[in-house]
Design a protein around this ligand. Structure first.
Ligand SMILES: Cc1cc2nc3c(=O)[nH]c(=O)nc-3n(C[C@H](O)[C@H](O)[C@H](O)COP(=O)(O)OP(=O)(O)OC[C@H]3O[C@@H](n4cnc5c(N)ncnc54)[C@H](O)[C@@H]3O)c2cc1C
Length: 668
C-alpha cells in the first residue's frame, strides 16, 4: 500500500513508526570515527580497521546504499597503474593541476594515481566485476584481451575503466561489516568536538541526532575522517521534483564543510562557483546525451539527420574509434566529471574527451538542424550498443532501477527506439545536453564549487587528527574512484594517528551548548518549517552570493543570514525526528553560508578558472591573486591567509612527488 492509498483508506496520515526520545544521550568511544558512510567513508572505515583501529561510522542515511555513489558507478577514473595504462601518477597530478591552473589538489591527485588501481583490485576481490569475465565484449575497441579490462574516454592511454559497478557500495559495506566496523545509520552529524572546545585544536569527537528517534549521539574518538560528500541544498531545494536534481541527494548538505569551518579548520576555494543548480534538473542520464555514460552515443536531429562527433578543435570524425581518443595526439584524456574544471584556456581541447560538432548550436539556429535531438543507438553495432546501454547505463549511479530497468519494462529497445535529448539552449548542445538537463541555472543562482578542507600529504586537515576523504570535503575533490581511493588512504592515516595519540578531552560546555541549539525547534513550537527555512536561506545565497558580487552585496548577505538566524531561526518547529535532522541541516547553512560569503569577500579579483566574478574587482585572474586563500575561524573571527597553489611540492615538501608520497603515505 502506498502513502496515498493509506490516506484514502484510513482518512489519516500514518503515525510516526519509531519510539521518540528527543535528547536521550548515547556516548560512543572509538579510535577512529568516520563521519559519512558513503563510498569514501566506508572505504576509510575498512582501511582504518585493517590497520588495527576500532572504527565507528556515523551515516546520515543507510550506509549500505547511501551517498552519491551508493547506487553504482560505470567509470572508474584514476587507475593509472593498471597494467595497460600509459599514464603515470605524476602525469595524472601535473595535468590536473595544469587544466585548473593550480586550483586543484595536486597531492590528492598523485595519491589517487598511486593507489587507484590497487583500490579497484580490492573491490574485485570483494565481489565487484571489473573485467569482461564472460567475454561479452570480445572484439570491442574498448577491450584489452589479455586483462579483459574495458576502457573509456581514451582507448590509447587506458587509465579510465568501464566497470560493472552497480553493486559497488554493497560489496564494500559487506566487507566493512565482515571486519567488524560499527555502523550507526540515520545519524546527522552536525558538530565536531575539538580538545577543550578550542577552534583549531585537535579533534576529539562529534555530535549527532538520530533522524528516527531524535536521540542525541556523542562520539568520542582519537582521530576522525570527514567523508560527507558534496551538497547543493544551500543553493536550491526542490524535493517535490526529483530530490535536489539527483546528482546529490537531500542528505548531502555540505555539512562536512560546516563542521570543519565551525571547528576552526582552514578551507580553500570556497569562493569557486559550481555549475549545477540544485533541484530543478532532470534525473541524470534520463535524457539522451552524448557525454559521460552516453559518450559515443550517435545523435540525430528531429529529421533524423546525423550530427557528427568532433575533436575539441572542431575536426569532424568519421572513424568511431576516434571518438575515444584525444584531440591532440601528444596528450591524453585526463577524465571527465572528476572535479577538474578544464577552464585554463586550451586545456579542455587537449585533455578532455571529444564531443559533438561544436557548430551544432549555430547550425540549429540557422535551421540546418532541428531540435529536439535524439540518441540513435540503432546506428551502432550490437557490441558498441551494449557497451553503452547494457554496461554503462545499467551500472551507472542511480540508473539501474529508475532508468535501465524502468525503460526495459516499459518496452524501450535501443536497437529500435530513439532517446530524446533535453531541449535546451543550442549553444550547449555540443557537449552536455543532458546529464541533469540544466547547467548554470538561472542568472542569479548560487551553486557550490570544488572548495573544501585544505589538506596536506596525509590528507589531514589543519585540525590535528582530522582527515578528509571523498568527492567534496577535500578541496579540488574528485569522482567515485578517487573517493574510494582517498577514503582508503585517509582511513589508514587516521588509524596511524590513533595509534600514536590517546583520547583528548572534549569541553562539556561545548557539548551542552551545541545540544541545546540543535533541539531548539523541538521546544520552540514556532511557525517556520524546515523547507521554508531552507528556501529562504537558498534565496539569500542566490541574491547575495550569486552572480552579482560586490563588497556591499556580500556584506548584506552576511547580515541577512545573521538576522535570519536570530529571527526566523528561533521561530522554527518540527513534527518528528526526521524534520529535526532536516532543521539541524538548515541551521548548518547559516554557518556554511557565512563561510562561502567570507570566501567571496576575501578574493578581491575576478577569476575565470574559479568561475568567480566580483563586479567591484573586474580584473580577471591577475597574477597577485593567483593563489589559494585559506579561510578559517579563530576565536570566532574570520582569518584569511595566502597560499601558493603548488604548495604541495614546495618547502617543506619536495618537488619530487614520489618522495613526498613515500614519506607520508604510511606504507606498511
Ligand atoms: C548519478 C551519479 C552518477 C555518477 N557517476 C559517476 C561515475 O560513473 N564515475 C565517477 O567517478 N563518479 C560518478 N559520480 C560521482 C560519485 O558518485 C561521487 O564522486 C562519489 O560518490 C563521492 O563519494 P563520497 O563518499 O565523497 O560522497 P557520497 O558517496 O555522496 O557519500 C557521502 C556520505 O556522507 C553521508 N553524510 C552526509 N551528511 C552527513 C551528516 N551530516 N552526518 C553523517 N553522514 C552524512 C551521506 O549519507 C553519504 O553516505 C556520480 C554521481 C552521481 C550522483
Amino acid at each position: 500500500m502506498n502513502w496515498h492509498e493509506y490516506v484514502n483508506a484510513t482518512g489519516k496520515v500514518p503515525a510516526w513508526p519509531y519510539e521518540i526520545n528527543y535528547g536521550r544521550e548515547h556516548v560512543i568511544k572509538t579510535d577512529v570515527l568516520i563521519i559519512g558512510g558513503g563510498v569514501a567513508g566506508i572505504r576509510a572505515a575498512i582501511s582504518a580497521k585493517q590497520h588495527g583501529a576500532t572504527v565507528a561510522v556515523a551515516d546520515r542515511g543507510a550506509a549500505k546504499y547511501s551517498g552519491a555513489g551508493g547506487a553504482g558507478v560505470d567509470h572508474w577514473h584514476g587507475a593509472v597503474l593498471n597494467p595497460c595504462s600509459k599514464i603515470t601518477p605524476r602525469q595524472y597530478s601535473d595535468v590536473a593541476m595544469y587544466c585548473d591552473d593550480g586550483y586543484c589538489n595536486g597531492s590528492m591527485r598523485y595519491i589517487v594515481g598511486k593507489e587507484g588501481w590497487d583500490t579497484l583490485l580490492e573491490l574485485e576481490k570483494w565481489g565487484m566485476q571489473i573485467r569482461d569475465v564472460k567475454d561479452e565484449f570480445v572484439g570491442s575497441i574498448f577491450r584489452d584481451d589479455e586483462t579483459k579490462l574495458m576502457f573509456a574516454y581514451d582507448v590509447d592511454n587506458k587509465h579510465c575503466l568501464r566497470v560493472w559497478g552497480n553493486n559497488i557500495k554493497r560489496v564494500a559495506f559487506a566487507e566493512a561489516k565482515r571486519l567488524g566496523v560499527d555502523i550507526y545509520d540515520r545519524i546527522c552529524i552536525f558538530s565536531l568536538l575539538t580538545e577543550g572546545g578550542v577552534q583549531g585544536a585537535r579533534v576529539c569527537g562529534a555530535l549527532g541526532v538520530h533522524d528516527r528517534t531524535g536521540e542525541f549521539y556523542i562520539f568520542r574518538c582519537k582521530a576522525a575522517v570527514v567523508a560527507t560528500g558534496g551538497g547543493s541544498r544551500i543553493g536550491g531545494l526542490a524535493p517535490e521534483l526529483n530530490a535536489a536534481s539527483a546528482m546529490g541527494d537531500l542528505n548531502l548538505t555540505g555539512i562536512g564543510h560546516t563542521i570543519g569551518w565551525k571547528a576552526g579548520a582552514q578551507l580553500v576555494m570556497m569562493e569557486q562557483a559550481g555549475t549545477y543548480g540544485g533541484g530543478f534538473g532532470y534525473t541524470p542520464y534520463s535524457m539522451g546525451n552524448s557525454d559521460n555514460t552516453y559518450q559515443g552515443a550517435p545523435t540525430v536531429d528531429y529529421n533524423g539527420k546525423p550530427i557528427a562527433f568532433a575533436t575539441r578543435y572542431g575536426k569532424l570524425l568519421d572513424d568511431y574509434r576516434d571518438v575515444f581518443r584525444t584531440s591532440n595526439p601528444d596528450t591524453f584524456v585526463l577524465g571527465h566529471g572528476i572535479g577538474v574544471s578544464f577552464l585554463k584556456p586550451g586545456s579542455a581541447n587537449d585533455y578532455e574527451a571529444t564531443h559533438l560538432d561544436p557548430k551544432i548550436g549555430e547550425k540549429v539556429r540557422s535551421g540546418e538542424f532541428k531540435m529536439p535531438l535524439y540518441n540513435d543507438f540503432t546506428d551502432l553495432s550490437d557490441l558498441d550498443r551494449r557497451a553503452i546501454y547494457n554496461l554503462m547505463l545499467a551500472h551507472e549511479g542511480k540508473c539501474r532501477v529508475p532508468i535501465f530497468e524502468t525503460w526495459n519494462e516499459a518496452g524501450f529497445d535501443p536497437a529500435r527506439d530513439l532517446l530524446q535529448c533535453v531541449i535546451t539552449t543550442p549553444d550547449t548542445l555540443y557537449a552536455r545536453p543532458g546529464w541533469v538537463g540544466i547547467n548554470a541555472g538561472p542568472n542569479n543562482w548560487f551553486s557550490p564549487g570544488s572548495g573544501g578542507y585544505l589538506t596536506d600529504w596525509r590528507l589531514q586537515s589543519t585540525i590535528p587528527g582530522l582527515f578528509v576523504a571523498g568527492g567534496r570535503p577535500i578541496f579540488g575533490g574528485g569522482c567515485h574512484g578517487e573517493s574510494h581511493t582517498t577514503g582508503r588512504y585517509s582511513g589508514r592515516q587516521a588509524a596511524a594517528f590513533a595509534r600514536a595519540n590517546d583520547f583528548a578531552e572534549a569541553n562539556p560546555e561545548q557539548i551542552k551548548k551545541e545540544k541545546d541549539a540543535a533541539y531548539t525547534p523541538v521546544n520552540n513550537k514556532g511557525d517556520i518549517g524546515w523547507k521554508e527555512l531552507n528556501y529562504a536561506i537558498a534565496r539569500v545565497m542566490a541574491d547575495y552570493c550569486g552572480h552579482v558580487k560586490t563588497e556591499e552585496v556580500l556584506n548584506l548577505g552576511l547580515k541577512r543570514l545573521a538576522d535570519m538566524r536570530e529571527s526566523e531561526g528561533e521561530r522554527t518547529f518540527v513534527n518528528n525526528p526526521h524534520e529535526l535532522a532536516r532543521m539541524v541541516e538548515d541551521y548548518s547553512f547559516f554557518d556554511l553560508g557565512q563561510c562561502y560569503i567570507e570566501a567571496a569577500k576575501a578574493r578581491k579579483a575576478s577569476s575565470n578558472i574559479l568561475r568567480f566574478t566580483r563586479i567591484d574587482y573586474p580584473e580577471v585572474d591577475p597574477e597577485e591573486w593567483h593563489k589559494l586563500i585559506p579561510l578559517s575561524l579563530k576565536d570566532g573571527e574570520v582569518v584569511a591567509g595566502s597560499l601558493d597553489c603548488w604548495f604541495y611540492k614546495k618547502g617543506p615538501y619536495s618537488e619530487d612527488l614520489e618522495s613526498n608520497y613515500v614519506k607520508y603515505a604510511e606504507l606498511d
